[in-house]
Design a binder for this molecule. Structure first.
Ligand SMILES: [Zn+2]
Ligand SMILES: [Zn+2]
Length: 184
């Protein structure tokens, strides 16, 4: 039961991740909210992230909000496990998202996660809102299969190019391309 409560908490974050990103981050009706402002800056500058201090504050506030109802519904042990699962998976999301931008990563999941997210950044911000998984994109019909991802030169990720030549690393060529601005 504890495992189930932990997994339910993780699933709860996964759903919140999709909703926050899609509606608070990208729906023009709501983007004036603090998350939306930070998120638009993240899209505009590429390697901009809101401060970890703010994120920690949000995590603590979310845990404080959730713990009461969770304990009321499921009792202290299972309620705490649910909140722990939720907050841990949120931490994992933050780590994964940061790594996608700053580190090339490895493995099938790592490659998938980066392509899924950079398709969202550079091709269609109305698609692929999930960062840790594509589940909710499939559920809500916003999933798009990335093809070659054209990265604008000024927003290129550090791990994408060879710093000596300025070209895409050979092993990433089939997955990414550089969209150079005309003036360059
Ligand atoms: Zn991002
Ligand atoms: Zn976004």
């Amino acid at each position: 039961m504890i495992l189930f409560a932990l997994l339910l908490g993780a699933a709860g974050w996964s759903f919140a991740e999709y909703c926050i990103h899609r509606w608070l981050g990208h729906d023009r009706r709501f983007t004036g909210n603090p998350f939306g402002k930070e998120h638009i800056a993240h899209h505009g500058k590429g390697d901009y992230f809101a401060s970890s201090f703010k994120k920690l504050g949000v995590a603590v506030a979310a845990a404080a909000l959730l713990i009461g109802p969770a304990v009321l519904v499921a009792g202290p042990t299972l309620g705490a496990a649910f909140v722990f699962g939720f907050v841990s998976f949120y931490g994992y999301y933050e780590l994964l998202h940061r790594l996608e931008h700053v580190w090339e990563g490895f493995g099938a999941y790592g490659r998938w996660a980066r392509r899924h997210h950079f398709h969202h950044h550079f091709h269609n911000p109305a698609a692929n809102h999930g960062v840790t998984s594509p589940i909710w994109d499939h559920v809500f019909g916003t999933y798009e299969e990335p093809s070659v991802i054209a990265v604008p030169e000024k927003l290129k990720m550090r791990w994408l190019v060879d710093p000596t030549t300025g070209d895409i690393h050979e092993h990433l060529e089939g997955s990414y391309s550089l969209r150079r601005s005309r003036a360059a």
